[in-house]
Ligand binder design. Sequence first.
Ligand code: HEM
Length: 525
Amino acid sequence: MIGETFASVSPAYIAVGTVVLLLGVQVWIRVRYALKVREAGGVHAPALARDPFTALTWLWTIGRAHVQNRMLALFNELYSHATPDCPNLVEINVTGGSRYFFTREPEHVKTVLTSKFADYGKGPEFHRVWSPFLGDSIFTTDHQQWHESRNLIRPMFVKNRVSDLEIFERWTSAMINQFPASGETLDIQDFFYRLTIDVTTEFLLGESVNSISNPRSEFVQAFADVQRMQIMLTALLPIEPLVPRRKYNRGIKVLEEFIVPFIHKALSLDPAELEKISKSERSFTFLHALAAYTRDPKVIRDQIIAVLLAGRDTTAATLSWTFHELAHHPGVYSKLRQEILSIVGTDRTPSYDDLKSMKYLSHTLNETLRLYPAVPFNVRFALTDTTLPSVNPEHPDISVVKGDAVFYSTIAMQRRPDLYPPTSRTFSDPSEFSPDRWDQWQPRPWQYVPFNGGPRICVGQNFALTEMAYVIVRLLQKYESLEHRDDWRAQFHKVEIVGTPGRGVKVALFKPNKERQEKYFKCKE
Ligand code: HEM
């Protein structure tokens, strides 16, 4: 009967009816959402778009900026739509039922990460989009589930585990052995990505993918493919189900095929054996800790992939940016090398305390992370109706409704010139790479947060800083100078989950001239 009725209606009527129905649903969603905002206080941030069609075109603009590696430029352009009352926050409503906020304001970052920690989190939407890759791990969960992951992971990064530098030495020297001869061009970024995946897989699983010797590993390629797709799916959240994901699913399968045998091996150990291994710090890995905590292979898989993601590209990208800048600043390179040689000479392997005593090295890493924070864009979802503080005391706080997303950018914030003191003899223009500025200056709280802050601050911060410092020391001990071998101005910031130098980092490293080196040490005596 219903079939017959439909058969007698012309397709044109069905099409018009469908459009009217969809418009009706949209209007209903928008009205219901507007009422929710009103109940939450009714205060809006400046809008990027006043109507749904303009809002939809922003999705295209964002997708295109991602493909063209213009994310930072786009993020800064957004604030041309802001107002003097609210200069660093804008909002957009694409779907009708929730808003995206974009901010580069320290007070907002502080609010979502700590002051209103319970009000903001990853939320169900983030979990849905990221869980095929990261499952129910520390990165995709909130509340008790997140807390349990954090408690599980944190002991792996206590000082006495991080200060065991043997693993860094082994992989750094394997990397240097693969370098071409002194003075020949190499893409040092490629080496750093291989080094850090080898270190991280060994640290987590007890066995490395050994990409230093086997650069074209399927695992490494799959890891890159999945991340690229994951960020695209997040950027296009409202239309994410329409994005094709064959490569994404295949990549995840490759990652799992690599990891699962390790999980089975760890699970084949009984509790007594695990207890015995846990006594030996060297052979006890993250995987063993997980196997002692749970017998569920899915839980183990999720946490391993999450920490692998957290630990690998972040350190590789930061090392790459450091060498990109050092190659352009020979004065910084030689000052840093002098500090290193004065503490450990040209051969001795540095201890944990040596690394921590190198002040200029720490300034150099801080400066790199100021200009190139490894996680340049991030997001938190409102878990309840809440607010973002107004920067103008005359203006009420901005109303945020459960389900709204707050995108914040550490790179855009850390590059805001108005957050810095005026340029002077001791303080270079904030857009310049200048480790020396850290001698006299400290950023104000929440203006510099490369490792995030609050309860979800990076667990691996000390591990990362130690690993990067170790690699830099060993390289500068061996090489007297560094030369840039690419078009400096053509370099660009490529954002996947982590922000990397888009052209790689092509440099030449020069071993010391023996005579000059002997003279240097004679002078010191
Ligand atoms: C330069 C190096 C690194 C930087 C800049 C960095 C930065 C960050 C940032 C910004 C977050 C917050 C992500 C979020 O909540 O959305 C984070 C979280 C995290 N990082 Fe790092 N990270 C680095 C290296 C590492 C390393 C080497 C490891 C471990 C091997 C690690 C493990 C983690 C973990 C487990 C979290 C999740 C913390 C939580 O949600 O409670 N990170 N990191």
